[in-house]
Ligand binder design. Structure first.
Ligand SMILES: [Zn+2]
Ligand SMILES: [Zn+2]
Length: 299
């Protein structure tokens, strides 16, 4: 009987799926039950190299976004405010939304700063009264440490950390979660076991919330003009964006097939060839179509 040494150098058991899963920037496309699904790249760490780069960039950009959100604090009226979509059923003044976001960013980045400072043997952040103020300087100091030690951040082991959640979010937590509910203020302080993978997701979420607050993200996926490949043939392709909000491919809502950005461009070119061969001249289908917004044009 051969004897297998567990610590073989090509031990694939040490690889895991990138923690961004189906939103991974370097996804594996797998066919499951006839449908193509996106899965995270295999990596020996919490995130693949592409997603690690995206997280590091998000951390570096966060202080500037914090400043832009801060600039909206005093803007209460919809006419004076930035392009923030607020549901009509919940008319929250913009200043409250900005205030909550500013506090969330500051408390989350400082909490990870403390954990990274501990493992990297850096000076711990001053948790005195002045430093606990929600300020641009605090956010910038925290983010500069996190960006410089992003690998230490993403490799952190799970440890209990305090998070403030809305009561609705808190209701989805597993039974037995420790926390303190502030019913009149409609939020809860809860203790969650968070590791480096959670740190990466939290940074991306904060970055996304800031971008959404200043009106940089579109809410729904754009409908693309090119029909899905045969045999599907339905005009049900929608844009897929990466974590930076850039075009990253397309997904068919009819048959579920996923195209990478290159596959989509190939499809657009093939569709153009097909139309030319058939003698139909429709320039709009022969050019890369993902910048077209057929829904807006219809409105
Ligand atoms: Zn990834
Ligand atoms: Zn399809």
């Amino acid at each position: 009987m051969p004897y297998w040494i567990h610590s073989a150098p090509d031990d694939l058991d040490d690889l895991r799926e990138c923690a961004r899963a189906d939103r991974c920037a370097d996804p594996r496309l797998e066919t499951v039950g006839g449908k193509t699904v996106r899965r995270g790249a295999f990596t020996p760490r919490a995130y693949c190299d592409s997603c690690r780069g995206i997280i590091e960039r998000a951390i570096r950009e966060l202080p500037a976004y914090w400043g832009r959100v801060y600039a909206t604090l005093g803007q209460r009226g919809q006419s004076a405010g930035p392009k923030v979509s607020i549901s009509k059923s919940a008319p929250i003044p913009i200043s409250l939304a900005a205030d909550e976001l500013l506090r969330d960013v500051a408390s989350v980045v400082v909490s990870w700063w403390e954990r990274v400072a501990t493992v990297a043997r850096l000076r711990l952040p001053d948790t005195g009264a002045s430093q606990r103020l929600v300020s641009y300087d605090t956010v910038r100091a925290a983010c500069s440490v996190l960006a410089a030690h992003v690998d230490a951040l993403l490799a952190l082991e799970a440890q209990p950390m305090m998070r403030s959640l809305s009561l609705r979010e808190a209701a989805d937590l597993p039974a037995g979660t420790t926390g303190l509910v502030h019913r009149s203020a409609e939020y809860a302080d809860v203790l969650l076991d968070l590791d480096g993978a959670d740190a990466g997701l939290e940074m991306l979420q904060l970055h996304y919330r800031c971008r959404r607050h200043v009106g940089e993200t579109s809410v729904s996926a754009r409908h693309l003009p090119t029909p899905c490949q045969s045999p599907c043939g339905y005009k049900q392709l929608y844009e897929v964006l990466n974590g930076d909000g850039e075009f990253d491919g397309a997904k068919c809502r009819q048959c579920g097939v996923v195209y990478t950005a290159q596959e989509y461009r190939d499809l657009v070119a093939a569709t153009g060839d097909m139309i030319r061969r058939a003698g139909v001249r429709r320039r709009s289908l022969a050019v890369p179509g993902y910048l077209d917004d057929t829904e807006a044009r219809r409105a």
